[in-house]
Design a protein around this ligand. Structure first.
Ligand code: FPP
Ligand code: MG
Length: 405
């Protein structure tokens, strides 16, 4: 899929992204039916939030606005017809059950672990990743089934003996209790395994946020104190690990080795991306020289950290739908381009949108020492930026110097 396809993907997701992110300012979102978070932090707390995302608007909604501007400025407008359809509406009912289903997957007999691991499900995130899996499942449902026949056994059915799985923890949900009933499975175009895959993507994403907030020493997430603040670093990290464990159990019960391989690779990719982000260039030189490899490094990091989960889960959704290799590949490329485009726009906004509009301090990435796309392209024509990249903009005046270019 080429550049225009990535742009198309952005337009298709405009509506639901706007709704989900900006709904933090309203009461109930009419399309996704989610309530606003119970409370927002005081604005001074927002400013302290380690230079990361906003509670007011943030990267996603701002990314959508920027994408709209790009279309407007480039004379491109979404074609009439299906593009005018609100994609969220098609899966809104499915999404209503998402939080409950995820919480069911996370139940633990240990009360404190139960609380911490479910903490980020209280405020209900944007669910962008599960929504994309559901939309991909729905979009491909009408296509002929050509792939390998997939096992049809129940996704809640344990593989090992329940007495072994629950030997010391009788309150855990590992005993094969049915999660999808008549009332909570509403769209016959979405298979139970695809719905479960959607939930797994959110478990993995949330696990990564629990760990990320410890790494970034964040103070808030989804309108509340972040888990590391509420429960401490140790519990936050362990809760993230627990989520990964439960995601792995759920994955195993889909009984599809190819899908398991894809999603396990995503977990490794997230860690690889985060490791790459610790450096701005492959060799982490003190005074690096710009080269095409700088962009390659940044794009690889961006793929691993942001696009891998979307691309591989879209691919897995098509696999579970038993679609042809061609459809599976198209789903994968769609997710890859969408994930990359999303992150590129998000990185651009860090430079182009005011702190007030973005809801976070302008230039937050620079403050964190990160050289993202805008800086890398500016560096190509301003060789002196190499030294600043090398020292991660850590000296007084470094951030201002970049801003003045
Ligand atoms: C948010 O980035 C974080 C990620 C997209 C991935 C973080 C991945 C890890 C911490 C590796 C461990 C992974 C697992 C699965 C346990 P950000 O800090 O730019 O965004 P933010 O402003 O939302 O915090
Ligand atoms: Mg962070």
């Amino acid at each position: 899929m080429s550049g225009p396809s990535a742009r198309t993907a952005l337009v298709r997701t405009n509506h639901f992204l706007s709704n989900t992110r900006t709904s933090t300012l309203r009461s109930n979102c009419p399309a996704c039916l989610r309530p606003r978070p119970s409370r927002l932090l005081h604005s001074s707390a927002i400013r302290q939030y380690n230079g990361t995302k906003s509670l007011q608007q943030g990267g996603v909604a701002a990314a959508v606005s920027a994408a709209k501007m790009m279309f407007a400025n480039g004379g491109m407008s979404p074609p009439p017809g299906p593009m005018g359809i609100d994609p969220l509406k098609g899966v809104a009912k499915e999404m209503k059950f998402m939080t409950g289903n995820i919480r069911q997957l996370l139940g633990s007999g240990h009360p404190m672990l139960d609380t911490v691991s479910k903490y980020y499900t209280q405020s209900e995130g944007k669910y962008v990743r599960p929504m994309l899996v559901l939309l991909m499942s729905q979009a491909t449902a009408m296509l002929p089934k050509e792939g390998t026949s997939r096992p049809s056994r129940g996704i809640d059915e344990p593989i090992s003996s329940p007495s072994v799985l629950s030997d010391t923890n009788p309150d855990s949900p590992l005993t094969g209790q049915e999660t999808y009933t008549q009332e909570n499975s509403v769209d016959e175009n979405i298979l139970p395994s695809q719905r479960r895959l959607a939930e797994i993507t959110e478990l993995i994403h949330t696990a990564s946020l629990l760990h990320d907030d410890v790494i970034d020493t964040s103070i808030s997430r989804r309108g509340n104190p972040s888990a590391n603040i509420a429960f401490g670093n140790k519990m936050a990290v362990l809760a993230g690990d627990f989520l990964l464990g439960r995601a792995s159990v759920a994955l195993a019960r889909i009984r599809d080795p190819e899908v398991t391989e894809l999603l396990a690779t995503v977990i490794a990719n997230l860690v690889e991306g985060e490791f790459m982000q610790l450096k701005n260039t492959a060799l982490d030189e003190k005074n690096p020289t710009w080269s095409e490899e700088t962009i390659d490094y940044y794009m690889q990091k961006t793929y691993l950290k942001s696009a891998s989960l979307i691309s591989k889960s879209c691919r897995a959704a098509a696999l579970l739908g038993e679609h042809s290799d061609e459809v599976v590949e198209a789903a994968y490329q769609y997710g890859k381009n969408l994930g990359l485009a999303f992150q590129l726009v998000d990185d651009m906004l860090d430079y182009t949108v005011s702190g007030v509009e973005l809801g976070k301090p302008a230039g937050a990435d620079l403050e964190l020492g990160l050289a993202t796309a805008p800086l890398i392209f500016a560096w190509k024509n301003n060789k002196e930026l190499g030294a600043l990249v090398g020292r991660k903009f850590s000296e007084p005046g470094d951030v201002q110097r970049v801003s003045s270019i």
